[in-house]
Design a protein around this ligand. Structure first.
Ligand code: ZN
Length: 339
């Protein structure tokens, strides 16, 4: 018998032990013998992570309590192989969250997945390195602009990187965090994360919907960053739907969008560190739920992360009746031009 990785075992009294601390699964075992308490506390031994020692119920002091732990779904049923590196934390937590308790298998499955990241400012690089560290096997980039001094910090750019192409530096940053990650290959991504400044480019949005590739929009604005919506073409609102809603509120919106996205050579605004950090983590979390299939974000949800507090604020958007995107036939996925 093995406990699911990451579970704490805590003594409550001489005859009572608590397994787990999260109210979603924590249990108390009462009326225990001294040997049962000792055997259970031994399961909390952190060295088990480095050298798992499965204990059988019989003869271990756990014969009576093992069935209780299994009934409470606190015992692991996977093959016991453990992930290494930063993704091991994901594996441990997902072993608690998944019905089969095999968080390591979920992390291993990420190694077959590909995510494209367009726009490698601090937010985009933060998304990319978080996904690579979480075990995503291939992360592709699109941003050959040079690293600026304002890019240094969150995400991983250093002062010495200033002036070097962002995609070149990003490859190094990702390999430093996840040596096995691939940053090359001509494959259609499972998900595209598009980080833009000012507003989402309507022309790109139209291409993305036509491609059939799920894409997550991230827009860095003057004082906040909008994470979302996740667009699964044909299902729920697309980025054009959002623009149509904005135009309903302000008929001049298309004129403003054209200026926000149509300024070739105009440098992006610097990205505020705390907003970039929260926005990148939020975008990476959404991406992983898509890749893992663990929880699909509600269609049309955006998270606005802004100063002064950087606490995400949720907005819900509906399909716009004039867009027609949900009436389009799904024609399969084709390569997505990212520029
Ligand atoms: Zn639409």
């Amino acid at each position: 018998m093995r406990l699911r990785p990451g579970l704490r075992v805590l003594r409550r009294s001489g005859t009572e032990v608590q397994v787990g601390t999260d109210p979603r699964w924590a249990v108390r075992l009462t009326d225990l013998t001294t040997s049962e308490v000792g055997a259970l506390l031994e399961l909390d031994d952190p060295t088990r992570a480095a050298s798992p020692r499965p204990r059988s119920g019989a003869g271990s002091g756990l014969a009576d309590v093992a069935p209780l732990l299994t009934a409470a779904r606190l015992t692991a049923t996977g093959d016991g192989r453990r992930a290494e590196g930063p993704a091991s934390a994901d594996a441990a937590v997902w072993s608690l969250l998944l019905p089969d308790g095999d968080g390591a298998a979920l992390v291993r499955a990420r190694s077959t997945r590909t995510v494209g990241v367009v726009g490698l400012g601090p937010t985009g690089l933060g998304v990319a390195v978080t996904l690579a560290a979480a075990g995503v096997g291939r992360v592709l980039f699109d941003d050959d602009r040079p690293v600026r001094s304002s890019d240094v910090g969150v995400g991983g750019y250093r002062w010495g990187d200033v002036g070097t192409r962002r995609d070149v530096v990003a490859a190094r940053v990702l390999r430093d965090a996840a040596p096995r990650v691939s940053v090359e290959g001509a494959v259609v991504p499972d998900l595209l994360v598009v980080v833009e400044h000012g507003a989402a480019d309507p022309a790109r949005s139209a291409v993305l919907v036509g491609s059939g590739v799920p894409h997550l929009s991230v827009v860095v604005r003057e004082a906040d960053t909008v994470v979302g919506p996740l667009v699964d073409p044909g299902h729920g609102p697309c980025l054009r739907c959002l623009d149509l809603h904005r135009a309903d509120a302000d008929p001049v919106w298309p004129t403003l969008v054209a200026q926000l996205v149509g300024a070739p050579g105009r440098p992006d605004r610097p990205e505020v560190g705390v907003v970039a950090g929260v926005g990148a983590a939020l975008a990476a979390a959404v991406a992983l739920t898509v890749l893992d299939g663990t929880a699909r974000p509600r269609a049309g949800t955006t998270y606005e992360v802004g100063l002064p507090d950087a606490v995400p604020r949720v907005r819900e958007w509906a399909v716009h009746p004039d867009c027609g995107c949900t009436a389009l036939p799904v024609v399969g996925r084709v390569p997505v031009p990212t520029t």
